[in-house]
Design a protein around this ligand. Sequence first.
Ligand code: HEM
Length: 433
Amino acid sequence: MSNLSAQRSSAEDLAKTFVQLSQNYAGNCADPYPIYAEKRASSPVYAGDLLRDMGVPSLAAGLTGTRPVYSLLKYADVQAALIDTKTFSLSPYREMFGPVQGETIQMLEGDPHQFWRRMLTNIFQKSVLDSWLERLFAPTILRSVKAIAPRGKAELLGDLMLGFPAEVVYQMIGLPADDKDMLHQFQEWALLMAMGGLADFRNPEQAVKATATAQKALDELTTHITKIVAERRRQGATGDDLLSAMINARVDGQALSDFDVIQFTRSLLPAAAETTTRSFANAMALLLERPDQLNRLREDRSLIMGAMNEALRYEATAGALPRVTTRDVEVRGVTIPEGTGVNLLVNAANRDEDAYPNAENFDITRRGKAGLGFGYGPHMCMGLQLAKMEMESALNAMFDHMPNLRLDPDADFRGVQGIHFRTPPSVPVIWDC
Ligand code: HEM
């Protein structure tokens, strides 16, 4: 048994780890939106590191936190920078996550990146996602919701949302559904890897420790996935799981190597688990704070997808996407020099009145352009459909089995908080039963 497995943490410890990660990035104000509104009006191309001003380390500033940084706040500017990856390079990902995660799709450009995009577009087809949803994810969330339904009370983050998205990845890979220990280990790896990649220059000792733990988690995960990939190949890769799909996939006749399959699979955990947990928690917090809109949704489930889109606009969990300029570039008359870190402030852009009328209003019936919470352009999220399907299915299960779901009036609910990884620290609810 590995050291990590030997020290396996409880579900409660996992929840604590998750909240601690959020707190690391909580900064010095619970609500950054008034600051965003003021800066959007006065200096939309802000010559400084607005995240750092609010007490949060920014990935754009680099490992040591010393790279000069500009911050973009307008929707049109953030969107244009996301499209122009030649000028606004994604190199901070390689710098920060490369040592822990190895080379991931986010670190690629040009033809190798295109190859992966085409490969993954083939694999994550809507029909495949629909079949996974029906066969795997929906029954899983339903089982989890039914298990807590008789209680009439829950803390949704720890009791439901933290485990579910990692379990989805676990199931996609085709790991044994009845091996609860393995599943728990998987969920733990996901969190430890997320913790390690986010080096915090304010606390170098803790950052070194977190990176080492993350590295260890990644090594264990890699050993595990390597065995499974070899086994799948030996058995002919005939299943309808993600690994078999990757083994069989071709783009222009070119297949993926075992190394590619392993590398992508292990990068999925940090990309797909924590992000979905936070986004779902944000959506629930927003709805629970607005019982009229929650009730409307319960009565008309056709509004759920639109509501999820609105939640992802209103409270994007990855509030800042990091870039570095590869040349001098002018934005709104301001020259950002080559080699500057740039914070693309998605949460500021998503509340830009020039992009959304009444942008500060959360409205589940809002239609129009999508928020930038999944990025935009060449590196836009490849899992957005899956994430939204997970959230929709979870919400449906809750509506069906938790009548009159509402905030627990006796619990301490603080709403969505933080600057970078925005999430509520807890989502305490009650329902009739
Ligand atoms: C609500 C949950 C999610 C959120 C908020 C989210 C957010 C994002 C964002 C913002 C990016 C672009 C980063 C940038 O441009 O700097 C991204 C990329 C990516 N996401 Fe997600 N993601 C979510 C769920 C998922 C899931 C479930 C998967 C996997 C099935 C996934 C796979 C990916 C991949 C592979 C990329 C890299 C695409 C590329 O570089 O070409 N994501 N995600």
